[in-house]
Design a protein around this ligand. Structure first.
Ligand code: ZN
Length: 368
């Protein structure tokens, strides 16, 4: 289907409600409920938190519902051209919000879309500095570099799946990972490889590299095998405790099998992560991963790369994705299919895959 530019027919967003509440840990929660998925940016003028909503009209009939004991004194709406500013006046300065303090919730029975921001009083000292960094981020090459960790699946004693003509998954994905790193770095990102050679690395260790590097995005690269030699195409997965379908579960079992040797280490790591993350943060990471994965599927299709039949994004409990870093696992194609085995080995096709992934990273909204 031909995609029309989004802006041409985009319906205008509108405010449904504005409210605050207190969360455990004396956090202030600010909720902006909107009719459509909000597209926003944040700024931090003196003792204010300003949410700039794109393509949104003011709705003066909405009276903010303000809980007592929060940092928010008042909330006002200000139309600035196409944008609506939601200005929260604060009793104390706050630091710039990290993405794990922000989430967008899907509509449910009682609510429409909700942009949810959680924050506490900040040092204030860093506020001005962070705000000025942020404002220059969009048009200044000295802006913060987003960090991407690229994980080439398998390696060393674990070859991954093997094609009919002997191509090893571990070799193909490492080659793509190296090319991807070079191209992402050339595009202004800072990327790291979990492995740069033919080495074996446990799944938890790969996820831990994402944490250690404070990555903004984690991309795990794999290639697939299917009992049916005719099965072709890429597929994209995000983490979920429950698989979206039986095939996704089987795939996760196969990919996780690499770690069967040391399950206890993984379980401990996974537990630490669970404790470290509130359910709200886990939800935010899942939302961001989903957003990245959908953009990635679009980018692959845009490059005319064959897609495996099925939904754009599937979900399964992949051990390598268990962390606080948003990310996805990409099955780049089927080594069990002779045509795709040949393609996956070719430099031209690897470059095409890399171009699609670079595009997906560039279009990902890191600030959400
Ligand atoms: Zn694999």
């Amino acid at each position: 289907m031909a995609m029309l530019p989004k802006t041409v027919f985009a319906a205008r967003n509108s405010i449904k409600s504005l409210r605050t509440g207190v969360q455990p840990g004396n956090k202030t929660r600010l909720v902006v409920e909107t009719s459509l998925r909000p597209s926003y940016s944040l700024s931090y003028p003196q003792n204010q938190l300003v949410i700039n909503l794109s393509n949104t009209s003011a709705n003066t009939s909405v009276t903010p519902s303000l809980a007592s004991g929060t940092l928010v004194k008042s909330i006002t709406q200000k139309q600035v051209g196409d944008k609506l500013q939601i200005i929260a006046s604060l009793t104390k300065p706050i630091d710039a919000l990290d993405k794990n303090q922000i989430m967008i919730l899907e509509p449910n029975g009682d609510n429409e879309y909700r942009l949810v921001l959680d924050f506490v009083a900040g040092s204030g000292a860093g506020t001005a500095k962070k705000a000025s960094n942020q404002s220059s981020a969009s048009n200044n090459s000295s802006a913060k570099k987003y960090i991407v960790v690229i994980d080439a699946g398998h390696g060393g004693k674990d070859p991954g799946c093997i094609g009919k003509n002997g191509t090893k998954e571990k070799t193909v994905v490492l080659s793509v990972a190296r090319k991807l790193k070079a191209k992402l770095d050339a595009n202004g990102f800072k990327s790291y490889l979990t492995r740069s050679g033919d080495t074996y690395l446990k799944l938890a260790a790969r996820a831990a590299i994402g944490e250690k590097r404070k990555a903004d995005l984690f991309i795990s690269l794999h290639a697939n095998a299917n009992p049916s030699r005719s099965m072709k195409g890429f597929s994209i997965y995000t983490l979920s405790e429950k698989a979206s379908d039986e095939e996704a579960q089987k795939l996760a079992d196969a990919e996780n099998a690499a770690d069967k040797i040391d399950v206890s280490g993984f379980e401990q790591f996974s537990k630490d992560i669970r404790i470290a993350l509130s359910s709200l943060q886990q939800h935010a990471v899942a939302e961001m991963s989903e957003e990245y994965a959908n953009g990635c599927a679009r980018a692959f299709k845009g490059q005319k790369i064959t897609q495996q039949p099925g939904p754009d994004v599937r979900h399964a409990p992949f051990a390598v994705l268990r962390s606080t870093v948003p990310g996805a696992l990409l099955e780049l194609g089927h080594l069990s299919n002779a045509t795709e085995e040949k393609l996956l080995n070719s430099s031209a096709h690897q470059n095409k895959l890399v171009d699609a992934i670079v595009k997906s990273v560039k279009s990902y909204n890191f600030d959400v």
